[in-house]
Design a protein. Structure first.
Length: 172
């Protein structure tokens, strides 16, 4: 399966926005936008069969998700492991006739915390920088012991705090 274009994904979610518009969780100042959409080697997921997957952050008026697409197979509702330089993330698989299989994981559920689309975009870009940092060329990462970054750990990183794993290791 090839990686869908960001415009295809945004179109799907624009259609969903028309149905979601009347729900209380819909935050009118926000719109649908896929940020940082990029192709990554399929090696970023041990569950992937194929060459590449697309990864980015999807902002909508009702949620913000880490999104991956281009999977060749799967079962809707199954967990799907995405390995990124910033950590490993369990996403949930879904399927669409046009997009094929894709997986998402919630970064933010209550979008009312963002006053504007600019604020939501800024948060999304910060999340992308944490999950897909550009490693220094001199650092060699040991992939022998992957760890999952929890949603709480991601938010602590965004807030400048430390994760509970780190505080346990340092005795804090």
């Amino acid at each position: 399966m090839s990686i869908p274009a960001s415009e295809q994904i945004e179109q799907l979610y624009h259609q969903a926005a028309e149905r979601m518009r009347f729900l209380s969780l819909y935050h009118e100042p926000l719109s649908v936008e896929l940020l940082g959409w990029q192709a990554l080697p399929a090696a970023n997921s041990p569950d992937q069969i194929g060459d590449e997957i697309g990864v980015g952050v999807l902002v909508t008026p009702w949620c913000m998700n880490l999104l991956a697409a281009g999977m060749s197979e799967g079962r809707v509702g199954d967990n799907w492991l995405l390995e990124l330089p910033g950590g490993n993330f369990e996403l949930t698989l879904a399927h669409d006739e046009q997009l094929g299989f894709y997986a998402s994981g919630s970064l933010v559920s209550m979008m009312q915390q963002f006053d504007s689309m600019d604020a939501a975009r800024a948060f999304a870009w910060q999340a992308l920088e944490l999950v897909m940092p550009k490693p220094p060329e001199t650092v060699v990462q040991d992939k022998a012991t992957p760890t999952l970054m929890s949603r709480r750990g991601l938010f602590r990183s965004l807030a400048g705090g430390i994760t509970s794993e780190a505080s346990t290791a340092t005795g804090s």
